[in-house]
Design a protein around this ligand. Structure first.
Ligand code: GTP
Length: 336
């Protein structure tokens, strides 16, 4: 059985101030932390043992996820005193995985993906590859490093961002490793797999394959993407397997309401909004395309559109909030 490593130690600077007290992978989308949606996808592909590679605000993961038994999984925690970059984090976390020959599947902790992970793993093992990367096609690859492959699916290069990309296939942030490749990454060293390990492996003619799958895929690292990811899970565009075992009181394609939330019968919740556990939505309020996190309070007749209302934040009666992050302490407009 393959085992997993989830990279959850980044600073999430693009999502400040939401990430001031909550690491990006613990932010709520569709009523649950991003990480919980990812674990459900791992579980679906038969992965039950996962190391969370933590650093920034590492102490916030264990109280929620514990030993993983609630999800029928075994979760372990690796902590980096100082962030070691993606490569250093993988090398550090892999020390907790002693099942020597198993493939190791590494997930960037800020991606929602409905790709066929079981098939990615199957192809990796069929090719006896060193590394098999999930690739996805984007319309405009200028913002990404691109990853060309040959007719056999072998990766031929790792290219930096460029004005005229030679291919629109990009690294989608889910990698199946032969464990011996991870053993070659130096320990206690800051290193990036994207900038160092992968390009070197390709240059040295390692057996590196691309697994192209254009199913739903989203990097939730920016404010608008975070909101979109949540809406897509609620409306069913993205695979929301994690919700099957979650405590949900109501779900349709317009709205998701978690158990213990109190929503007044006259409130309107639509456009893929989610209302977290213990949140309170007052009479006549209208919530559209938004995330209302656990314990937040929305006053009577308030309107909240395309916004993230953080845990325990309060939106007053008749307030009109649009494209904003609202925390207990501040309101920040989300740039278009
Ligand atoms: P920004 O600061 O907004 O760029 O976000 P980020 O650094 O948190 O995320 P980025 O997209 O750069 O990283 C991709 C994934 O790798 C995210 O899930 C991060 O949590 C994770 N990550 C990045 N750097 C580290 C690290 O040094 N250690 C660990 N454990 N995880 C990391």
């Amino acid at each position: 059985m393959p085992v997993g490593i989830l990279l959850v130690g980044g600073f999430g600077t693009r999502l400040m101030p939401l990430t001031k007290h909550t690491p990006k992978p613990m932010l709520t989308v569709a009523g649950l932390p991003v990480t919980e949606h990812q674990l459900a996808m791992a579980r679906k592909a038969g992965i039950t043992k996962v190391v969370l590679a933590t650093s920034y605000l590492s102490e916030l993961f264990t109280p929620y996820f514990g030993d993983g038994a609630r999800w029928g999984m075994q979760l372990l925690y690796a902590v980096e005193e100082q962030p070691l970059g993606t490569g250093g984090a993988i090398a550090n976390a892999a020390q907790l995985l002693t099942d020597n020959d198993e493939s190791i599947v590494v997930f960037n902790g800020d991606v929602l993906s409905s790709h066929n992970l079981s098939e990615q793993i199957r192809q990796h093992e069929f090719h006896e590859a060193d590394l098999t990367l999930h690739l996805t096609s984007v319309k405009d690859a200028r913002a990404y490093g691109c990853v060309p492959t040959d007719s056999d699916g072998k990766v031929t290069a790792f290219l930096e961002k460029m004005e005229n990309p030679i291919t629109n296939t990009i690294n989608a942030g889910c990698y199946v490793f032969n464990p011996k490749v991870i053993k070659s990454i130096p320990l206690h060293t800051v290193i990036s797999v994207e900038r160092e390990t992968f390009p070197t492996l390709v240059k040295e003619r390692g057996n590196v394959f691309g697994f192209l799958d254009n199913s739903y895929w989203l990097d939730i690292g920016t404010p608008n993407a975070l909101l979109k990811g949540s809406r897509d899970l609620v409306t069913g565009i993205a695979d929301a397997s994690a919700l099957e075992t979650a405590k949900v009181s109501h779900r349709d394609r317009q709205s998701l309401i978690m158990e213990t939330a109190k929503v007044d019968a006259t409130a309107i919740i639509d456009e893929g909004s989610c209302i977290g556990a213990g949140a309170v939505i007052g009479a006549g309020a209208h919530i559209s395309g938004s995330i209302i996190d656990s314990g937040a309070i929305i006053g009577q007749s308030a309107t909240v559109r395309n916004s993230f209302i953080a845990s325990q934040a309060i939106v007053g009666q008749n307030a009109q909030i649009s494209a904003a992050f609202v925390t207990k302490d501040e309101i920040l407009t989300i740039p278009a």
